[in-house]
Design a protein around this ligand. Sequence first.
Ligand code: ATP
Ligand code: MG
Length: 732
Amino acid sequence: MTAATHSPLFPRVPDSADAVLEGLDPEQREVATALHGPVCVLAGAGTGKTRAITHRIAYGVRAGILQPSSVLAVTFTNRAAGEMRGRLRQLGAQGVQARTFHSAALRQLQYFWPKAIGGSMPRLVDRKIQLVADAAAACGTRLDRNELRDVTGEIEWSKVTQTVPADYTLAAKRAGREAPRDPVEIAHLYAAYEALKRDRNVIDFEDVLLLTVAVLQDRHDIAEQVRSQYQHFVVDEYQDVSPLQQRLLDLWLGERNNLCVVGDASQTIYSFTGATPDHLLDFRTRHPGATVVKLVRDYRSTPQVVHLANGLLAQARGRAADHRLELLSQRAPGPEPVYTEYTDEPAEAEGAARRIRELIDAGVPAAEIAVLFRTNSQSETYEQALADVGVPYQLRGAERFFDRPEVRKAGVALRGAARFGGNDSLLDDAVTLPSQVRAVLSGEGWTTEPPAGSGAVRERWESLAALVGLAHDFAAARPAATLGDFVAELDERANAQHAPTVQGVTLASLHSAKGLEWDVVFLVGVAEGMMPITYAKTDEQVEEERRLLYVGVTRARERLHVSWALARSPGGRANRRPSRFLDGLRPGSTATVGRAAAGASGGVERGFVSEAPAAVPRRGQRTPARCRVCGRTLTDAGEMKLMRCEECPSDMDEGLYERLRDWRAERARRSGQPDFCVFTDKTLMAIAEAVPDDVGELARIPGVRARKLTLYGADVLALCAGREAGGDDERD
Ligand code: ATP
Ligand code: MG
């Protein structure tokens, strides 16, 4: 690593093609130098597959063997494509297209539409599920939310497997699909959905690939034009290729065989959309002369993390599992994974947030921490819990950074400043590039301290803060740089879509974390019902869930926290048990499936922590959270904070609420922290509704934890009693 002398954001670009090969092990080097003919890399997580193919492209480009514009690198998520572009840029291989299958196809389709079909391309729908709902309504079929999701899944599966409505029933039977409704009815809905799209002149996500395939199949002139542009193809995460994507790849290739694929069958996590690792595992059969390379050294994770990953795979079944590769960690030992059992989900989120706060306080950068969950709906609880402890987070993929409105506006402002004398002020020694950038971005809403709250305002601030951070790194790497140079750097990054690291903990679904890595990973909600998810019924579906957990575990470089909650909501029935996938792997468990939840008695074993409720009454000890107004059991985190349903009438003392807000602003200002670190709006509302008389009542309000009671209890109770707040010295 060159990090000691160079910022990680501005590492030294290798000065020659051979220098690109340095830092690769012998097998990776074999991949990087096999520039012609079919190449297949079969390797486990963290073994440097992505590194090997990015170095391969860079080596070919730098050695003058590959024309940058003739290479098309494809992967599956926007984040992964962004990551690949960033790595290529750092290796001095600008100009190479690194895209998702979808975005590569979309570009070609847009370009060739007028010539191939005529007129302009129909609009792309972003909410397919709504269109399916409309199609169902048109057919007079009532679908509940789950059915709607499942029927949409079936339509997607049909399209990526190129199954038309008339063939659905037979194809679904052959593939052993568990249709959520009568297959004849689904076929009917699928046909109605397609008709509705035509009527509304819109196309969906899968149509982009289907239409591109159709154009390339039917129009040899267009296929030839595409083939003359792209000569070399590289596919990352090839285990997740769908039949439709494979068809597109075949059409791009034509008769040629300049194809390099890398993948790990044990990370197949998109089978539900029709993806299959068969293309990866059968690569040599399809391409008999292929160079096949296996990588086993894991450079990413500590032996402790790798041990768990290997343990998970050892219990896996199925074709992917038959090809598993035992990983060998190359890193120094680190801490054991920590397993924590919580009474309920909000307590789990609070526990994770508390640990994250401690890590950040101990110097771990927020951007090096991720919280990964099974479903996006789990995100909200973690957003709230992190906001409660004053930890910034990011939800959005880094790849779209330069498309964000605030970043585009900031770019315009910086460009204007550079044009109108921004560079002159550098004549004054006191004015540095970072201070100039800070001054310009102040006009765009940047402040030294983050704003209160965790919503859109905070996200905008994080974007601007990332630009300020980038200016610092840029100035450190190039001390003589002017504002004009910085603007040029931003333009170049925007073109390469190489986003700066937004300082915040990443909250992401396991699916979207594929290919990425962090120093510390929190795998949350690892309980039966979530992992595997309830609707994973068949053995194949359960195996896919196990692989998803393997993907999650292998995202961690050093520290891994695995947790689950016994009940969904505070006081709810503690009928959950930790995921069966952890049986025999977490301390205190055996490999037998079907045991009752272990560790609930609170036994502390090596690496196992059972979080018992603290001395101050915590939510886990209480009766179920119920709405104060209508009595309904509350499950939503925000509603639990309010202690009532959002819709139920509020009996809040508005005057008290305003006084609490003023007091909070003052406390936050004095301690130099954002308002929401003192209390969130929801907690203040709950206080203004409950008007607690004593410490016990105040402690019962969600969001008022032991530390906050000590710090603010006296003030808040004084305000509730109509007195002035005393305002003890801030000690946090
Ligand atoms: P995944 O299966 O999760 O996509 P991968 O096989 O693509 O993983 P990479 O992301 O390429 O793995 O590499 C994992 C980490 O190991 C990265 O931080 C990478 O820089 C590092 N790494 C890979 N190969 C080497 C090497 N030869 N020397 C040092 N570090 C390496
Ligand atoms: Mg990778």
